[in-house]
Write a protein that binds this ligand. Structure first.
Ligand code: DAH
Length: 328
């Protein structure tokens, strides 16, 4: 057998062994057997060194070409084996695209934020601007300018949180009326949403809660306008068939005054108060009560959210329980 013939035999033997390798590890061993330093091709090349000088060149070239072909078959078989392994693994860990997804949790608006935005949107459409005031108020803005007599029960420590320097945590948003009206010339209309504080705690009262104040001053406006606006507001917030109940009431800063209720499981729940702005309040803010008149209201925003979303206890609004927040 000539040298070239024995190379051909070696090559075809290697080809079969490569095709027969059925794992990457086995393939690595086959490759070492033929191409390794102690492998068959290396042994063949050592034999070439012993040939007659003129025969060495062609025999060496043939050996190198054979080596390259074997290398290519190994690479091709390796790719094949790896592809098969991937296919088997995919088949084992089958991905069922028809299963429902896991779902990513996402945030949403707090019920109060929701009703607040809705209220602002409603009143903006009626031409009201939004005003804000501080939560720590002067006695004058919270009580005095609003026509509370010095001995009014709301000034009692039982209802009001007093802070240093004779200031109070505002007990309602009505002081924003005073801040806003003072130094302004009517006509104007504003709403003032915000946090308020009172010494209270049960299912429908929390020591901190939210109100939205609204007030309008013009040269001719009536209690009927006020009722119409509050009905439209209620129907916007709660639905077209909402009924309200207006009960005659007393507030120092309005005359006449009313409390407004909406229906609630087992009866009615107070939503807020309203009335025609008392002439003393206008005068306290530098507005001539003989020339201008106005109306005002203050509604509980927490109760608005409770009614809107069916939340039975005011505390649920402040606990951050995801089960409550998810219902909005
Ligand atoms: N400030 C009152 C309260 O907190 C609510 C209120 C009643 C506001 C009548 C008003 C009003 O503006 O006119 O109970």
């Amino acid at each position: 057998m000539s040298e070239l013939e024995s190379l051909e035999a070696l090559e075809s033997e290697a080809r079969e062994a490569i095709a027969g390798a059925d794992g990457v590890q086995q393939l690595v061993e086959v490759r070492a057997r033929y191409l390794g330093r102690k492998g068959s091709v290396a042994a063949y090349l050592r034999g070439v060194g012993k040939l007659a000088p003129e025969a060495r060149g062609p025999a060496g070239q043939a050996a190198n070409a054979a080596k390259q072909r074997i290398e290519d078959w190994v690479a091709a078989r390796r790719a094949e084996l790896e592809r098969d392994a991937t296919g088997r693994s995919l088949a084992e860990h089958r991905y069922d695209t028809s299963l429902p997804g896991a779902g990513a949790p996402h945030g949403r608006l707090h019920p109060l934020t929701w009703v607040l935005r809705d209220a602002v949107e409603f009143f903006s459409a009626l031409g009201f601007s939004v005003e804000e005031g501080p939560e720590v108020e002067t006695d004058w803005n919270n009580f005095g300018a609003l026509n509370f007599p010095d001995d009014h029960p709301a000034r009692d420590v039982q209802d009001t949180f007093f802070v240093e320097g004779g200031h109070v945590l505002r007990t309602h948003t009505s002081p924003v009326q005073v801040r806003t009206m003072t130094g302004r010339t009517p006509p104007f209309r504003f709403i003032a949403p915000g946090r308020v504080y009172r010494y209270d705690n049960d299912a429908t009262h929390a020591p901190m809660f939210h109100q939205v104040e609204g007030f309008l001053v013009d040269d001719r406006t009536t209690f009927a306008d006020l009722k119409g606006v509050l009905y439209a507001f209620a129907r916007h917030m709660f639905g077209a068939d909402t009924e309200l109940r207006f009960r005659a009431h007393f507030f120092p800063f309005t005359e006449p005054s009313a409390e407004i209720d909406f229906s609630w499981p087992g009866g009615w729940l107070e939503w807020g108060g309203c009335g025609m702005i008392h002439p003393h309040v206008l005068a306290n803010c530098g507005i001539d009560p003989d020339r201008w008149q106005g109306w005002a209201f203050g509604m509980g925003l927490d109760r608005t959210a409770m009614q809107r979303f069916g939340i039975p206890h005011i505390r649920h609004l402040f606990e951050g329980d995801v089960r409550v927040l998810e219902q909005v």
